[in-house]
Design a protein around this ligand. Sequence first.
Ligand code: PEP
Ligand code: MN
Length: 338
Amino acid sequence: MIVTLNNGCTVAEKAAVIRFVEGQGLRVHVGETGEATVVSVIGNYSSALVDGVRTMTGVESVSLDAPVYPLVALQSKPGPSVVKVGDVAFGAEPVVVIAGPCSVESGEQLKRVAHGVAGAGAVMLRGGAFKPRTSPYSFQGLGEEGLEFLAEARAETGLAVVSECVAPDDIETMNRYVDMLQIGARNMQNFRLLSAVGEQPNPVLLKRGMMSTIEELLLAAEYVVAAGNPRVVLCERGIRSFDNATRSTLDLAAVPVLKEKTSLPVIVDPSHAAGRRSLVPSLAAAGIAAGADGLIIEVHDRPEEALSDGAQSLTLDGFSQTMERVELVAGAMGRSLA
Ligand code: PEP
Ligand code: MN
């Protein structure tokens, strides 16, 4: 339920509405739209509560067809929300490009890639230290040593770092090294993990599950925000479909759909959608053309030797060329590169 207060609503009237709702054991989220104050009611409300709120002074309207994710819904926070990671701002006019290897493999590998992508215009570095692999026999990541390499690469290049978190127990360790926690597609509905990253201070990059609807993605984001962390960036990375011509089917429509439903920034991962590097430049450009606030792209200096996702990793040259194309499309969209 979303309660819109009228323009002349006094502070006391607003407080009375909030008190009334909270008195029924429900939570509220108060958003200021510039013109009006919007009170989102969180929890299961009774028709008596609705009737009660409707009659209160200061209340303009009560909407019952409000989204089931009130904290991340556009209605409760119209206008863009900007999520800052160090100096990098997701959701502002400039488009943010995150790049780096799928996995951190060694300190040297990571530094080569980090310097290469920084030189080509990436503003954040990615690299997995804890890898969620389909097979238990595949490379599982370097663990904390990988995080140390990420922190070293950050110190050398100035790039902020994002890395995937697969378990609540790793969060404290990870936060000693990284600037943003990624929740991977396979964990988008790991609700304990979502709440755990909601209870810590670093921003969260939340990837869409490969079999998840847009509403489920928004509800996953709601878990993080409801647990106390509003700094969430959403990522469309492709979904499973009948077609196996690509590794996943990049759902580009998800970008404008999400923009209609939430003010959270949205980025696109062309690499995991494509599954092979030849497709990545087109999907990256298309993501920006669809209105994404940024991209996350896998890059390796020797992709043929990569321990994970080499086939979809761009070479450093390929990444530079992709950045030129992305910059052109961003310009056509009235945006710049961060
Ligand atoms: C990754 O970023 O390397 C990754 C595993 O991504 P996803 O969760 O989207 O598959
Ligand atoms: Mn990968």
